[in-house]
Design a protein around this ligand. Structure first.
Ligand code: CMP
Length: 227
C-alpha cells in the first residue's frame, strides 16, 4: 500500500518535473532520478521559506501556488524583486556561489514546493550539462529583468513603471480573458507598489486612471489588461 502510494507520488512528481522548463529535455531515467530526490513540502499563505543572509541548502520548484521574492529595509519598507508561479524555481543563487540567500522568499497563497537539497542539486548540474545551460539562460533573463527594473527606477515616471509592472505580470502570469489578459495572481495595491517601487496610494490612483481610460478592468480581485 505504502509502496503504491510512493510510486503514485513519484509519477506525479515526474509529470510535474517534465513541465518545468528547467528540466524539460531530461530523459525518463533522469526525470525518475530527480523525482526520487525531490521532496514535496506544503506551506500555508504567508510562510517565510527563508530570510536573506541565511545560508542556502536547497533549491525550490513551485508545484502549485506562488512565492514572492523581496528585500526588506531596516524601516520596514519592502522591494519585491519577483513573483514566481507554477513551474518556476528559486533559491539557486546561494547554492551556486555559496553565498547567503540574496533575498527573502514568502508564499503568497497555499503553495506546494518540490525541494532539492544542495548536494543533489550540485550532482544534477554536474551530470546534466543541458540543465546547467538552462539555469544560465534563466539567470540571464532574470538579470535582464533586474536591469529593466533599475532602468524604470532611474529613468521612468511612476505611471509608466506601474503600467510596465502590469505588463510584465501579464506576460509572466497571464491567462486569456474577455477583451484582454487576466493577471492570474491576486495582488494587493501594496504588493503592486512594492514591485513598481512606489507607494500604495500612488498605485491606487494610477489603477483608477487606467480603469477610467479603459486600459484595464477588474474581475473581482484580479486585474484584466485590455488588449
Ligand atoms: P537565493 O539567493 O538562494 O535566495 C533568494 C532567491 O531569490 C535567489 O536565490 C533567486 O532564486 C531569487 N532572486 C534573487 N534576486 C532575484 C531577482 N532580482 N530576480 C528574480 N529572482 C531573484
Amino acid at each position: 500500500m505504502e509502496d503504491k502510494k510512493a510510486e503514485t507520488g513519484l509519477q506525479t512528481n515526474r509529470a510535474l518535473l517534465r513541465e518545468v522548463p528547467l528540466f524539460a529535455g531530461m530523459d525518463e531515467r533522469e526525470l525518475t532520478k530527480l523525482a526520487g530526490i525531490a521532496h514535496e513540502r506544503q506551506y500555508p499563505k504567508g510562510a517565510v521559506l527563508f530570510f536573506s543572509d541565511e545560508p542556502g541548502d536547497a533549491l525550490f520548484v513551485i508545484k502549485d501556488g506562488s512565492v514572492k521574492i523581496y528585500l526588506l529595509a531596516g524601516d520596514g519598507r519592502e522591494k519585491t524583486l519577483a513573483i514566481f508561479g507554477k513551474g518556476d524555481f528559486f533559491g539557486e543563487m546561494a547554492l551556486l556561489d555559496e553565498g547567503p540567500r540574496s533575498a527573502i522568499a514568502e508564499t503568497l497563497e497555499e503553495t506546494h514546493l518540490l525541494v532539492v537539497d544542495k548536494a543533489n542539486f550540485t550532482r544534477l548540474l554536474e551530470s546534466t550539462p543541458r540543465m546547467a545551460l538552462k539555469i544560465i539562460r534563466v539567470l540571464t533573463e532574470r538579470l535582464r529583468q533586474a536591469n529593466a527594473q533599475l532602468e524604470g527606477l532611474a529613468f521612468t515616471d511612476v505611471r509608466t513603471r506601474v503600467a510596465g509592472t502590469l505588463k510584465r505580470l501579464a506576460a509572466e502570469h497571464g491567462v486569456a480573458a474577455e477583451g484582454g489578459v487576466r493577471i492570474g495572481i491576486r495582488l494587493t495595491h501594496q504588493q503592486l507598489a512594492n514591485l513598481a517601487g512606489t507607494s500604495r496610494e500612488t498605485v491606487t490612483r494610477i489603477l483608477c486612471e487606467l480603469q477610467d481610460e479603459g486600459e484595464l478592468a477588474m474581475d473581482g480581485k484580479y486585474i484584466i489588461l485590455k488588449g
